[in-house]
Write a protein that binds this ligand. Sequence first.
Ligand code: UD1
Length: 375
Amino acid sequence: AHLLCVVAARPNLMKMAPILAALDRQAPAVRTTLLHTGQHYDTAMNGQLFADLDLRAPDIALDVGSGNHAQQTAEIMRRFDAVLDAYPPLAPDGVLVVGDVNSTLACALVAAKRTIPVIHVEAGLRSGDRHMPEEINRVLTDQLSSLLLTSEEGARANLLREGIAPERIHFTGNVMIDSLRQQLPRAAAPAATLRAHGHACPPAHGLVTLHRPSNVDDKVQLEALLRALGQLARQLPLLFPIHPRTAAGLRLAGLEALLAQPGIVCLPPLGYLEMLGLMQGARLVLTDSGGIQEESTALGVPCLTLRANTERPVTVSDGTNTLAGTDPAVILALARATLATGGKRGRLPALWDGHAATRIAAAIAAWLAARGGTP
Ligand code: UD1
């Protein structure tokens, strides 16, 4: 059997790496082709992570680059379709997509229209907020998928509510945590990371990431958030790796001076091993990322999510995550309370045990076998 596996953006890579390794190990008869759409292309957003995650180089690169949603999605679809046309021997038995980025939906839609079954890893996450493009990508990708592999228990109910047949859904656990467990022993010490980027290492630190359009494309919101971070940074130095979207937002809004507030340490987008080290060593994480909500829960580090909602509710019910919303005064108060008390203690959610990829590979092999292909 042949699986075409799609990656596109930074958060896809830590999901795909353990899955490919598990398929190689458990189902050697399944041939995998790794396709990269090129949605993320900078070395810092992409190249370094392949090395950090022991992920093999893509077999096919679409090099789509950036664009607005319609342009980017359409361009991925056009190029992905052409690849499937141009290489008849590719004729995959399934297209494997992960997460919720534009490429996930674009490739799922092309495959489904060609009646190639879609396998979705991280299915069923829902925030209920259709203002976020990722929510639209999630809902539609799941509707197009034949095999839906979920990362937290509540995802099944979300899928059943949307009419997905129960036999298509398998709770396999959170594969991002497989990468975390595997790579944690190699994590870079914060002092080494800071030195490499020309900074001294503070005795304690918080870690901040921001990249959601609702936080960084809106000048008023971005300015208010940065001023609140500036106040917090007087109490605890804040390490701030800056996503390219955020860098662009800051430039456009003329807010770059706010990065020079005392206690704020600006960094470029970091490698996975650098990021793991900074996260593990942080007293507090402030983020609007999806993956970092999960990773901080797995590491037992308190996390404030700077969003009104989350599609990963288990990080709040079981983990160390608190939904802090987007009001800077509330965020500041919650951050200070966290520092005063040590923050929320969590437990590890079900099946975040580092063995999700083993279950994912087993589910895929069984599904292929049931469809009559030899796995
Ligand atoms: C995308 C995903 C988001 C995910 C995030 C992780 C969608 C809709 N969004 O958001 O879910 O959380 O990745 O990082 O798919 N850029 C660069 N270099 C790059 C990539 C992007 O400079 O390698 C800049 C470009 O100016 C681009 C902007 O960042 O226009 C946004 O990139 P894009 O991939 O559209 O969305 P992200 O904000 O990265």
